[in-house]
Design a protein around this ligand. Sequence first.
Ligand code: PMP
Ligand code: GLU
Length: 400
Amino acid sequence: MPVFSEALGRIKASPTVAITAEAQRLRAEGHDILSLSVGEPDFDTPRHIRDAAKAAIDRGETRYTPPDGLPELKRAVAAKFRRENGLDVGPEHVIVSTGGKQVLFNALLATLDPGDEVLIPAPYWVSYPDIALFAGARPVIIPTSASDGFKLRPEALAEAITPRTRWLILNSPGNPSGAGYSETELRALADVLLAHRHVWILADDIYEHLAYAPFRFATIAGVEPELASRTLTLNGVSKGYAMTGWRIGYGAAPEPLVRAMTKLQGQSTTSACTISQWAAVAALEGPQDHLVSFRNAFVRRRDLVVERLNAIPGIVCPRPEGAFYVYPDIAGVIGRRTPEGVEIRSDEDFVRALLAAKGVAVVHGAAFGLSPHFRISYAAADEVLGEACDRIADFCSTLR
Ligand code: PMP
Ligand code: GLU
């Protein structure tokens, strides 16, 4: 038995990844499973992007790239940040990594020391606190509420900042709540941050293209350019371009941070997959019309799921502004019992019993730091979503 590190002992396996793997295992065993647990679009990667990858292979683009990314992709990413986000960046401010997840990992591991604090509004994406913990830092969770639209209030931010605060992580539209910060809301947070010059901001914009009218996407370094000198703006092709498996994410940051992250990346993965980087060039520079059809499909599915869940006694489901998740409140079913007599004491009990009784895989709110809720990813076919809602309704009707 090898000896594992103290750092490894501080973290758990990613619950979103683990529950999805469990659902896949049950399905492979022949169980009738509807998996709404993983956050990835069900659409195929658009054809022109796939063609660009095949062409790259045939041109012999099969070797390492520089650790911070293919120059062509870094230029395309910088142009994207200028064009879509109003950020004043060039290729020297860009790093390309193996998914947005590696951008995050690089940034936190390159900057945090034991005792440092990372501010994370809850509900949060599962990986933020664990990566901070792995780096030896202390995640400081700031709860939000449905009545605030699951968004961080400026007063709560001001109260949470200490001399040890290194980062604030802002995710909009957010996983798991789908909440999106308007320009006005970002302005109010920026005003607090301007007064605390030691705090860096990690703006996780991975769901940028999944923002639903009337909500309009904005990013904090675009809203307040003075914060750009201490902001890492994270994005990638996974969610907007239906490219989760290609593993390409990127960030824009001041050059010293990009150099630090590149140093770390050069010692871990060397560079992101060359073929995927060429595919990402085609994604960013090619036609963008699929974004509209993806968005329309997601709006339709969001409305379907929100309506169906709100018709179930005991469940209250807010209508999110973006991403492809809903985060219903299940306080109304806590304390009830299944027909087998199992008490539903927590959202974890709820998702376990739902999977066992009806084969619907979702993720418990506790994994995202705010209970009692569960997360559905509605990036699935309308029929699957309709059937899953039927099963959830059936399941809830059996609780006493
Ligand atoms: N941020 C958030 C909020 C996410 O949900 C995800 C999805 N895994 C990521 C970042 C990273 O995505 P990827 O590594 O596929 O770019
Ligand atoms: N972000 C997705 C999710 O939350 C993918 C899995 C992961 O990386 O956590 O389900």
